[in-house]
Design a protein around this ligand. Structure first.
Ligand SMILES: Nc1ncnc2c1ncn2[C@@H]1O[C@H](COP(=O)(O)OP(=O)(O)O)[C@@H](O)[C@H]1O
Ligand SMILES: [Mg+2]
Length: 493
């Protein structure tokens, strides 16, 4: 086998995904060189992805990762109940906590997660509920005899609240094998919080640790926030760790989390991790990783970007992509080329929000309208939900979204469902901010009406089973329809 072909194969097999080919074009180019040329060449010389992606390994977060690792070890011994990760948007909170996932699974544990939404307070966008549904799916996949024993243990722990837990999701209803029965609505909130904690106590152990990650806690509603408060205020449970990430600047004096935070800070068995922007050396390392270049070769580029991105990882990636899109940063056969003056002039014109707005505006109108509809629905949406909401063509949703996916505004969610989500909540904020209030209200109302019509058609005449993907708990009333499309309680006139 020619040595260069062997090199190509080894490059395809690299352990780190970042070190493998990133594009089919890059691989085709190299294979053609093997076919026509005898002289050696640098593997991957034309392998430049259309959209620059952040490195899969975090830059400059060794201390924070170590702190998370220590908290997990302490949780195994019942000495730590929770970790709070605070910081600005885009600083890397979500990415940091997700690094714990392989650590937990490496110890035979379960890592379950959910994310709160800024504009939705219903169960589908309740991070605690999402995490419990994931836990339910993991438990249901256990071998039948073990599942039976766990079910009994959980039922004993839940007592009369088993029906209440079963009412929160289809996964828990199947797991508990109990008819959903929420019981007295006046006490449901407190009972739900206590029952959720009791269930975790029955499942987590040193042998089968459970890490629950609830992201964007600053947007939590009262019930899930009360649950987090309960877990963090109780004695740590062996094998259970609750990790919460939140935007520090959003928790002002009037925020319901404010008082809790001051209480949590005094709490033994609770770790706090504050994420700051990367220092200059970190920014250089990050630019080098993204461009796959030598740090020394990109120091001057990083220096021009730094005053604009301030070492914020998300903004660094966005700025590099904007520069590339404008052609002031371009790949060549000898590596990346840029004109420092042009880069400075370009960045001087607009901050990151302005660049994001320009990116959204550049998406073709049909795709942009879908992105706007999606921004009203939530940070993520299943293709079937979007299709109904915008009355789009069957099977055409993902194709219609293709330009937004190519632009990096949306990403496909990995997993069995056909779902898309915003690459970051900052993009969603820009999309929503760009909609004038009247248009936003009209769009939300139109979607809510379509949902109501769809639900009336898809309801079987004999049963009240709903086939739409909106949870029935939020689709009962007209207000429910309206709110699940992101609308406030007052309708447009
Ligand atoms: N230290 C880092 N090194 C490399 N990439 C990072 C780092 N921190 C964040 N990122 C990337 O920046 C983007 C924003 O990070 P994210 O975790 O979503 O921010 P946050 O949750 O704080 O808003 C993600 O694409 C993430 O992979
Ligand atoms: Mg985040």
């Amino acid at each position: 086998m020619p040595a260069s072909l062997s090199e190509i194969i080894m490059h395809l097999l690299e352990k780190e995904p970042d070190n493998r080919y990133q594009t089919a074009e890059g691989l085709i180019h190299d294979l053609e060189r093997v076919r026509v040329a005898t002289a050696p060449f640098r593997v991957g010389e034309r392998d430049v992805p259309l959209r620059l992606l952040p490195p899969s390994r975090l830059v400059g977060r060794d201390d924070e990762l170590a702190a998370l690792g220590v908290a997990f070890e302490e949780a195994l011994a019942g000495r730590c109940g929770g970790v709070l990760v605070g910081g600005a948007p885009g600083v890397g909170k979500t990415a940091l906590v997700n690094q714990l996932r392989p650590v937990v699974t490496g110890r035979d544990g379960w890592f379950v997660a959910g994310t709160f939404d800024q504009y939705r307070r219903d169960l589908a966008f309740d991070a605690v509920n999402q995490a419990f549904r994931a836990l339910g799916r993991l438990l249901l996949a256990e071998p039948e005899d073990e599942l039976g024993a766990i079910r009994q243990r959980i039922l004993r722990a839940l007592g009369s609240n088993a029906g209440l837990m079963a009412a929160t999701s289809p996964e828990l209803a199947a797991l508990l094998d109990t008819p959903p029965a929420a019981g007295d609505p006046l006490t449901a909130q407190v009972r739900a919080q206590r029952a959720a904690l009791a269930m975790l106590r029955a499942v987590a152990s040193r042998k089968r640790p459970v890490v629950v990650f609830v992201d964007d806690l600053q947007w939590a509603g009262r019930t899930p926030l009360g649950f987090v408060d309960l877990v963090l205020s109780e004695e740590p449970i062996e094998g259970l760790l609750l990790v919460s990430a939140y935007r520090e600047a959003d928790v002002d004096a009037t925020h319901p989390m404010k008082q809790m935070l001051s209480r949590w800070e005094q709490q033994a068995g609770l770790h706090q991790v504050r994420l700051e922007n990367l220092p200059v050396s970190g920014s250089v390392a990050m630019v080098a990783e993204i461009l796959r270049a030598d740090p020394a070769a990109v120091t001057s580029l990083a220096a021009v970007i730094e005053p604009h991105a301030h070492g914020n990882p998300y903004e660094t990636v966005e700025l590099l992509n904007a520069l590339r899109g404008e052609g002031v940063l371009a790949p060549t056969a000898d590596g990346w080329r840029w004109d420092a003056a042009a880069v400075r002039a370009h960045l001087g014109r607009s901050e990151v929000t302005g660049l994001l707005k320009a990116r959204v505006a550049a998406i073709p109108a049909q795709s942009r309208r879908m992105v706007e509809a999606m921004a009203c629905l939530g940070g993520r949406a299943e293709a079937s939900v979007l299709q109904t909401a915008i009355a789009g063509p069957v099977d055409g949703v993902v194709q219609m979204l293709a330009p937004a996916l190519a632009e990096g505004v949306l990403v496909l969610e990995p997993g069995a469902h056909d779902a898309v989500r915003f690459r970051h909540d900052r993009i969603r904020e820009v999309v929503l901010g760009g909609l004038n209030p009247r248009r936003r209200c009209t769009l939300q109302l139109a979607m809510a009406r379509r949902w109501r019509r769809y639900r009336s058609c898809s309801r079987s005449p004999r049963s009240s089973t709903c086939r739409c993907s909106m949870p029935s708990t939020i689709t009962r009333s007209n207000t429910g329809w309206w709110r699940c499309c992101g609308g406030p309680l007052t309708r447009p006139r």
